[in-house]
Design a protein around this ligand. Structure first.
Ligand code: CMP
Length: 140
C-alpha cells in the first residue's frame, strides 16, 4: 500500500480532558507519523463549512455547536494506507460499536463527542488537508 496523508482532528471533548498526548501515542504506535499539527478554536462559519457534507443530516447543527465548544487539534498523519489505518485506530463512529483498544472505545463520550475525526477516503483526505493546511506547512 502506498504512503499517503490523512486529516485527523482531535475534538473538543478530548482537548478538554487533556487527552491529546494519549491520542497521539495511539497514532504513533500504529505507525502513523504526525507530520503537521496545530491547535485551533473554530468559528461557527468554519465549522459549518468543514462539515457542509452533513448539512442535511439531523445532527448537523449540534455537531457544529460541539465542534466550536472548545479548542481542537488539526493534524496531518502520514503512513502506509494512512486513511484506512487511521480509521482502524479511531474505531467506529459510535463508541458503543468500537473495537477494544481503539481511540473511540477508550476515550469517546458519545457518538457526537467521539474524540477524533478522520478522513473517510483518499480524495476527501486531500480536500480536508487543503482546508486546514497550506502547502508550505507540509514540506518536510
Ligand atoms: P466525524 O467523523 O467527525 O464525522 C461527522 C460526525 O458527526 C461524526 O464524526 C460524529 O461525531 C457526528 N455525529 C453525531 N451524530 C451522528 C450520527 N447519528 N451518525 C453519524 N455521525 C454523527
Amino acid at each position: 500500500m502506498a504512503i499517503e496523508n490523512t486529516l485527523s482532528i482531535i475534538k473538543p471533548d478530548a482537548t478538554r480532558r487533556d487527552l491529546t498526548g494519549l491520542v497521539n501515542a495511539k497514532f504513533e504506535k500504529a505507525g502513523l507519523k504526525i507530520i503537521a499539527q496545530k491547535r485551533l478554536h473554530l468559528s461557527k462559519a468554519v465549522a459549518q463549512k468543514f462539515y457542509e457534507v452533513h448539512k442535511d443530516r439531523p445532527f448537523y447543527n449540534d455537531l457544529v455547536e460541539f465542534m466550536i465548544s472548545g479548542p481542537i487539534i488539526v493534524q496531518v498523519l502520514r503512513g502506509e494506507g494512512a486513511v484506512i489505518l487511521n480509521r482502524t485506530v479511531m474505531g467506529a463512529t459510535n463508541p458503543s460499536e468500537a473495537d477494544e483498544g481503539t481511540i473511540r472505545k477508550e476515550f469517546a463520550e458519545s457518538i457526537e463527542a467521539n474524540s477524533v475525526h478522520g478522513s473517510d477516503s483518499s480524495e476527501n483526505a486531500i480536500n480536508e488537508i487543503n482546508f486546514f493546511f497550506a502547502e508550505i506547512e507540509l514540506l518536510i
